[in-house]
Write a protein that binds this ligand. Structure first.
Ligand code: HEC
Length: 126
């Protein structure tokens, strides 16, 4: 009975649309927050994000482990250019890219949390 009354009250299609839009927005915000919470709860990610990275250290790590694929040597370049990559990918996505090995031929790396924090700092500068 109550249900009937409630739906009848929202007759105006614009009002209905507005309510739908608000509900959708709320759902998106909630989902984003939940995902973020879930990501940050990962102990490795948590410790990486709690550390202060050193971009120079990160640069050295990059030269040794990553530049071979991510910097073009003559005509060939295996991996994509990482210029402004931090604008395309979140910190979590960058960490996952390096540690997951989910996109071969890029190998799975296992940097210590400090090394990962340094790399992250470096990736945010290029
Ligand atoms: C063997 C070659 C290789 C090495 C070594 C390598 N990568 Fe990659 N990387 C790739 C390839 C190929 C991709 C594209 C993967 C895809 O999305 O399909 C990639 C993608 C990425 C991306 C995502 C780029 C974007 O535009 O979304 C990041 C960030 C990245 N690599 C960082 C690194 C870092 C940091 C290292 C060193 C720790 C590293 N890579 C070492 C080959 C490599």
């Amino acid at each position: 009975m109550n249900h009937q009354i409630a739906t009848n009250e929202i007759k105006n299609p614009i009002e209905r649309l507005l309510i739908f839009a608000i509900a959708l927005l709320l759902a998106i915000v909630l989902a984003t927050m939940t995902i973020r919470q879930f990501q940050v709860a990962d102990p490795y990610v948590k410790s990486v994000l709690s550390l202060t990275g050193d971009q120079f250290q990160g640069s050295a790590i990059f030269q040794m482990n990553c530049a071979g694929c991510h910097i073009s040597v003559g005509e060939t370049q295996v991996g994509p250019n990482l210029h402004r990559v931090s604008e395309r990918k979140s910190e979590f996505e960058l960490i996952r890219q390096v540690t997951s090995g989910r996109t071969p031929p890029m190998p799975q790396f296992q940097p210590s949390p400090q090394e990962m924090a340094d790399l992250l700092k470096y990736l945010q500068q290029i």
